[in-house]
Design a protein around this ligand. Structure first.
Ligand code: ADP
Ligand code: GLC
Length: 489
């Protein structure tokens, strides 16, 4: 088995986004933070991702050209240019795949019709560059449907080549997105043989093929980003049509909860905050940050408001129908709500409406804004994450790290990371509710608000406890390393 001279485990991460180059959600955070955590535990890691045109210039300037070759793709063997651009940051090597035909469009995604060819090319090129660079990892760790073809290619077109010797792990960050299209389109672009287009691998139904499904069938191990989600996706409600497939493959499926990069998210050193702070002075400093945020966003400046933050892609996954259903009842004269997010126009519209009728108490910031996200995490009293489903969720982890109490639904990683507040013992990290019902969300918000106003000592103790909770990658990176070592044999 391929092994580095000094015995370090070598891992190639393959995925469609990675902070700070390009990020649309938590996948980008994990692709950044987990390799860094693995390096600290003695791994050698390369991250392979597309060289999108939309990557900001300042990051492109960090890269150097490493070579190019032509690669065939598709059933008719069309030739495509594969360029390699490389950067190094804190010990992690980033190899970007350059091709203007595929990566000059989108932010970075376009639509499935174009994204399927884009990620067929990407998956094949990622393996081809590893062979080209003669850097053969022990484990190829693929992320989400965009890298779903990688395990399939490793055991078919690349079998018998050096990279075909490596083991594969496929991580499900979100089963909602699978890369599904008509069988002819998929056959053409993957260039894979007919026998794979049957139910155990690609076939979804009489007409469609599914890239993620195929990858899950071929991967040596499947992981997802929390233990609860690993169980949930084997059920009809959460399985997004793949529950039977995942149940069938359950012996190679496990859940490892995400962490966050505690240097990237560090209230004590965060240059984007008005006031930096630690658990020792969070109570005082949060007030100052809150005041600054209220001023900046045009909210009534008042220390005594209970400020609820919501930072999210605006999609039905995030439980926004519940928020809409109880918004007017959740908002009272003691409360302010700050929303930061973009997405589905119906939620953008409803939140803009609430802002317009509750000026001074509600701010709907319909944007993707990294700096403002930091300020909201630091300045809010509570953060709302009432998701319909949540594979892991990072916003509740960041919130706790910034001393902001999460209010979450008990699903997926939210259930695994937020211990409900216990009135009897005065323990716990946040407020939770179980069934997907608006009144239960309202009840959780009211319980949080009552503690904030009536039992400030207990509230403050929870804020400090949250800041001290271990939400780092250390523990979970160790679990991935163990998995890689098992696979290495
Ligand atoms: P998901 O990946 O499903 O979107 P996560 O909770 O795993 O959810 O990760 C979301 C990440 O994206 C977090 O880092 C969060 O701070 C960030 N984020 C979401 N929306 C915005 C936004 N509008 N502006 C800035 N950051 C955002
Ligand atoms: C997905 C999930 C989110 C998870 C993130 C990173 O986007 O929706 O729950 O935290 O991936 O794994």
């Amino acid at each position: 088995m391929a092994e580095n001279r000094n015995g370090l485990t070598r891992v190639a991460f393959i995925g469609s986004e990675c902070y700070p180059f390009i990020k649309t959600g938590g996948l980008g955070d994990v692709m950044y933070a987990l390799p860094r955590a693995l390096i600290k535990q003695g791994c050698e890691v390369r991250v392979i991702m597309p060289y999108y045109r939309c990557i900001p210039e300042k990051y492109k300037e960090m890269t150097t050209y490493k070579g190019n070759f032509m690669m065939d793709l598709c059933m008719d063997g069309r030739q495509f240019y594969v360029g390699i651009m490389e950067a190094e940051k804190d010990g992690v090597i980033y190899d970007f795949i350059d091709n203007r035909e595929f990566f000059d469009w989108g932010n970075p995604y376009t639509g499935l019709w174009e994204d399927i060819p884009k990620y067929c090319f990407f998956s094949k090129a990622a393996l081809a560059i590893l062979n080209y660079m003669e850097w053969i990892p022990d484990v190829v760790h693929c992320h989400d449907w965009q890298a779903g073809l990688v395990p399939v290619y490793m055991r078919t077109l690349f079998a018998g080549t050096p990279i075909g010797e490596a083991r594969s792990v496929l991580t499900i960050h979100n089963l909602r997105f699978q890369g599904i299209c008509g069988i002819p389109h998929m056959k053409y672009w993957t260039g894979l043989p007919d026998y794979l287009f049957d139910y155990p691998v690609f076939k979804q139904n009489d007409d469609d093929a599914n890239m993620f499904k195929a990858g899950l069938a071929f991967a040596d191990r499947i992981t997802t980003v929390s233990e609860t989600y690993a169980e949930e996706i084997q059920t009809m409600f959460y399985g997004e049509g793949l529950n039977d497939h995942l149940w069938y493959h359950r012996t190679k499926l496990s859940g490892i909860v995400n962490g966050i990069d505690v240097e990237q998210w560090d209230a004590a050193a965060d240059k984007l905050l008005t006031e930096t702070y630690t658990a020792d002075d969070v109570i005082e400093k949060k007030k100052l940050n809150k005041r600054a945020l209220q001023e900046k966003l045009g909210l009534d400046v008042d220390d005594n408001k209970f400020v609820i933050g919501l930072i999210s892609r605006l999609t039905d996954q995030k439980g926004l129908d519940l928020v809409n259903a109880v918004f007017e009842r959740m908002l009272n004269e003691e409360t302010q709500v700050v929303i930061l997010g973009t997405g589905d126009p119906r939620y953008e519209g409803s939140f803009r409406y609430y802002e317009s009728v509750h000026k001074g108490s509600v701010c709907a910031y319909i944007q993707y804004n990294e700096a403002l996200a930091h300020q909201i995490y630091a300045s809010s009293d509570a953060l709302l994450v009432p998701s319909l489903f949540e594979p892991c969720g990072l916003t509740q982890l960041i919130a706790m790290r910034y001393g902001t109490v999460p209010i979450v639904r008990e699903t997926g990683g939210l259930k695994d990371t937020v211990e409900p507040y216990n009135v009897e013992t005065d323990e716990g990290n946040g407020f939770t509710f179980d069934r997907y019902e608006a009144d239960l969300l309202l009840d959780a918000v009211e319980r949080a608000r009552d503690l904030f106003f009536d039992e400030r000592g207990s509230w403050n103790a929870m804020v400090m406890r949250d800041m001290e909770k271990d939400v780092s990658w250390e523990n979970s990176a160790g679990k991935y390393l163990k998995l890689y070592e098992e696979l290495k044999g």
